[in-house]
Design a protein around this ligand. Structure first.
Ligand code: G1P
Ligand code: ZN
Length: 596
């Protein structure tokens, strides 16, 4: 086996963002680009000779090519074994699961998560450490430094390694073990949740009741706008967020019928996982999953489970004879969106509901040690933590900040407003895990999704919450908005806007309570005296232009107001945000690309 040492020149743009290095496919296709980054990873982590690496991705365009390159480089960088998901497939949570279960040194995950794929789409690569979680910033920073110094990389000259059949083969001294990408993960899920109860729920083994309002009393639905396309209008946001108009407390659509679910895999990685778990193990009918065949370009879609991009599922859940429960996951399977019949569960609320009901679920009934949420995520989970007498940590955006807290046993559940929820069972957020957690709660409580959420609000108060994304705007305009806000801190302090008074504004910084590492500039916060918040930050995952995210939150203790439209309730905050950021003037955008 011939080893080639290839002379290369550094690229200066290989800085990992919120979650690994993400670029357009054609950037990765440049000669040496992928190889440089992989060698920078190997040089930085310096695995001991003979170490085992996990390797897989979400199946997007360029996945298979990248797997071959990485295998051929691993073989000459001292690895003894690489565990590759069959066909090069491993969802992000499954990769984290395998790293932990097989006690490997770490893993490389190929994904650009929820970003579109295909030859003109995005590709991505990230390194996860032995705890199964994304490498912390000190490692990603070191990888970036190495990528700026690199002058050569090593790769073996060999034919492509077969990855489509389970079994071992040799590449020089290194063993390539092609593994089933689903098994370890499905077993882990079965160890956490009451599969028998969920099976009974999904197969009609249990007759459900608990109706508060019967379907026949339901007011007519406002029609769903034709296409949620790229611009979700506040019209749609109000449709999906008007529980009073959608009241439906019954757990099944027809009295005594089985509980019907629809899971949208969005032609991304979760298709095979959903088939094994929902159909094979939990007995759900085959039509419970849609878009279940993974495609390299995700069927031309945008594999992001939100109200805009999962509009096909949203239309089904808001249509006639809708299923009782709907869910979707993203490109690499770590995100989730939860829907009830004619009802959208805000991800911040979802985290809070899971925490408040965790005692009903076998894997969590012994109690939670703590909860963590990213700073922009609503404080709904904080209220649950307070009632449980456990700590709630506020971290910067990105899952990598949860790893230390979980490793130290400080938190059990974690979540982000960006459709991410997870626990210490692995070190990534986990889409199907969240879906199963919800199904377990539904199987025990025998109430509808909507009833569970509205009862939660009645008990804890409602953190009215929304995120407005302005995608693909010129970088200079986006930076200008951030700078303006920075420059306005002194002037904004204690400023009065109608009934709202500013209490504090800053750029969030975080001191990791475990290792003391400090992360600054993590998002602008404008906190008001009544607990309302505006948060503004720039996305760290995009690949084209800039994406500005505005997060809005107000607390509503009055149950009589819980049914009010979210966008209207947040209207005063939205106006303040637009005014102080000069967003419309600076970007020319009059409405957000996506509202969640
Ligand atoms: C986004 C989300 C963030 C999430 C990340 C990876 O990052 O906002 O919560 O952890 O994707 O899924 P952003 O683009 O905002 O930097
Ligand atoms: Zn993802």
């Amino acid at each position: 086996m011939q080893v080639n040492t290839v002379t290369t020149r550094a690229f200066n743009d290989q800085q990992p963002g919120t979650s690994g290095l993400r670029k357009r496919v054609h950037v990765f296709q440049q000669a040496h680009y992928l190889e440089n980054f992989v060698q920078s990873i190997f040089d930085t982590i310096a695995a001991p000779p003979g170490a085992t690496l996990v390797l897989g991705g979400d199946g997007r365009y360029y996945n298979r090519e990248a797997i071959q390159v990485i295998l051929k480089m691993a073989a000459t960088n001292g690895y003894g074994r690489v565990l590759v998901g069959k066909g090069g497939i491993l969802s992000t949570p499954a990769a984290s699961c395998v790293i932990r279960k097989q006690q490997t040194y770490g893993g490389i995950i190929l994904s650009a998560s929820h970003n579109p794929g295909g030859p003109d789409g995005d590709f991505g690569i990230k390194y996860n450490t032995a705890n199964g979680g994304p490498a912390p910033e000190k490692i990603t920073d070191a990888i970036f430094s190495a990528s700026k110094r690199i002058t050569q990389y090593r790769i073996v000259d060999a034919a492509d390694i077969p990855i489509d059949a389970i079994g071992d083969s040799k590449l020089g001294d290194m063993t390539v073990s092609v593994i089933d990408p689903v098994n370890d993960y499905a077993e882990l899920m079965e160890s956490l949740f009451d599969f028998a109860a969920i099976h009974a729920l999904l197969t009609g083994g249990i007759t459900q009741s608990g109706a508060q309002t019967s379907d026949t009393e339901m007011p007519p639905l406002r029609p769903l706008p034709q296409s949620a396309g790229y611009a979700i209008t506040s019209d749609l946001a109000s449709v999906v967020d008007s529980p009073s108009r959608m009241a439906s407390g019954s757990i099944s659509n027809v009295s005594g019928a089985r509980f019907r679910i629809k899971f949208d895999a969005m032609h991304a990685v979760t298709g095979p996982y959903a088939r094994e778990i929902f159909i094979n193990r939990l007995g759900a009918p085959f039509d419970s999953i849609m878009n279940a065949v993974p495609l390299p370009d995700f069927g031309g879609g945008h594999p992001d489970p939100n109200l805009t991009y999962a509009h096909e599922l949203v239309a089904i859940l808001y249509g006639e004879n809708a299923p009782d429960f709907g869910a979707a996951s993203d490109g690499d399977g770590d995100r989730n969106m939860i829907l009830g019949k004619h009802f959208f569960v805000n991800p911040s609320d979802s985290l809070a509901v899971l925490a408040a009901n965790a005692h009903l679920v076998p894997g969590y009934k012994q109690g939670l040690s703590g909860i963590a949420r990213s700073m922009p995520t609503s404080a709904a989970a904080d209220r649950v933590a307070a009632s449980l007498g456990i700590p709630c940590y506020e971290t910067p955006t990105g899952w990598k900040f949860f790893g230390n807290l979980m490793d130290a046993g400080k938190v059990t559940l974690c979540g982000e407003e960006s459709f991410g929820t997870g626990s210490d069972h692995i070190r990534e957020k986990d889409g199907l895990w969240a879906v199963l957690f919800w199904l377990n709660i539904l199987a025990v409580r025998k109430q509808s999704v909507e009833t569970i959420v509205t009862e939660h609000w009645a008990r804890f108060g409602r953190n009215v919450y929304s995120r407005h994304d302005y995608e693909d705007i010129p970088t200079e305009a986006a930076n200008g908005v951030i700078k303006l806000l920075h420059d306005s801190f002194a002037q904004l302090k204690e400023a009065q806007f109608g009934h709202l008074q500013v209490k504090l504004c800053d750029d969030f910084s975080y001191v990791d309570p475990v290792d003391g590492s400090v992360s600054t500039d993590q998002g602008i916060r404008i906190l008001f005296t009544d607990g309302s918040r505006i948060v503004v930050r720039l996305s760290g995952t995009g690949t084209g232009g800039a994406t500005l995210r505005i997060y809005l939150e107000a607390f509503e203790p009055d149950v009589a107001k819980h049914h009010l439209d979210t966008q209207q309730s947040l209207g005063p905050l939205i106006n303040i945000a637009l005014k102080i950021s000069e967003l419309r003037e600076r970007t020319g955008r009059i409405q957000p690309t996506v509202i969640t």
